[in-house]
Design a protein around this ligand. Sequence first.
Ligand code: COA
Length: 354
Amino acid sequence: MPSSKIAGIGMYVPENVITNNDLKKYMDTSDEWIQERTGIKERRYAHRTDETTTTMGVEAAKIGIERAGITPQDIDFIVFATLSPDYYFPGCGVLVQRALKMKEIGALDVRNQCSGFVYALSVADQFIKSGMYKNILVIGSEKHSFGLDLTTRGRNVSVIFGDGAGAVVLQPTNETTTAGGKRGILSTHLHSDGESAEILAMYNPGTHANHWSTEKFADFNDAEMADMFMSHAMIENAQLFPNMDGPAVFKKAIVKFPEVILESLQVNGLSAADLNLLIPHQANLRIAQFVQQKLGLKDEQVYNNIQRYGNTTAASIPIALCEAWQEGKIKKNDLVCLAAFGSGFTWASALIRW
Ligand code: COA
């Protein structure tokens, strides 16, 4: 059975840089507060109308496809991870298929928020290993800036997030290391715990309204039905923005990140000392530093760029992976671990022998 290798990788971030001081125009916050709690100095915001989650994903994909030495016509499956799709439906995968004039291939959207890219990579990995596909495009992209509460009311969430996209092309490989070991993705590990699903969530628009009942259903008029899905009250009460209990997320993240990284190492008979590079989802620099300390990793074993991009959710890992690779921090035979944690909660890791 072949393994999957990352044959090409690309990223795209919008030109528009928003510093912490820029956010002070909209809300009561400070550069000191944001840097001290999150490590973030600036983030990118997409152009309001010309850039969407899909267009950014397409730009990253073009680079990844070119670096893999193939064309969009060679891609035979798309997996697109995002929580900020262009449309409620259909997903972004088909929009990429259209934009890149690809063949009538399968396109799958993954809804796993911050762990979306690792979940998407894991799905693609299974299709490569089974022999079903030879060139899979995996994209993580987010346009958060469109849906954030930029008033003081939403500051605990809004200051964290930024826009951008990353993409990889996965291909089969039977190559081995000089010692005869496997190359490519060694294993992936996916987890969830829905117990606290609502503490990091955007509830609306959605079908959750607890006043739905089959008895009453027939009595609702059209306006009342529409109100349940989207209403002025939802706008006035900030119910169309993400909600987050930051401290609760932090507490869970610092447990689950190390757990899922160690799981990937143990399954492969390796330890933290063997890691050349850990690329944690860029949730918060303090979380990444905590994980680094817990695993006893040196600074050069962990890659962070949240300082420049904020948390780009499904895009954060492929953006960081791409930058690390471009900076020459990932070389052939290196052991690289991708690890993510986020809304759901869901968390995941992928261990790769480059
Ligand atoms: N600027 C200034 N003050 C702010 C602020 C902002 N942007 N956001 C919140 N505050 C204030 C709060 O109102 C609160 O004030 P009070 O003490 O007067 O009530 C105070 O800062 C502390 O708020 P709290 O939410 O307890 O802060 P915190 O130390 O937990 O830091 C986070 C907040 C969001 C940075 C932190 O909890 C965190 O990073 N959690 C994990 C989030 C995460 O990773 N999310 C993505 C998951 S993938």
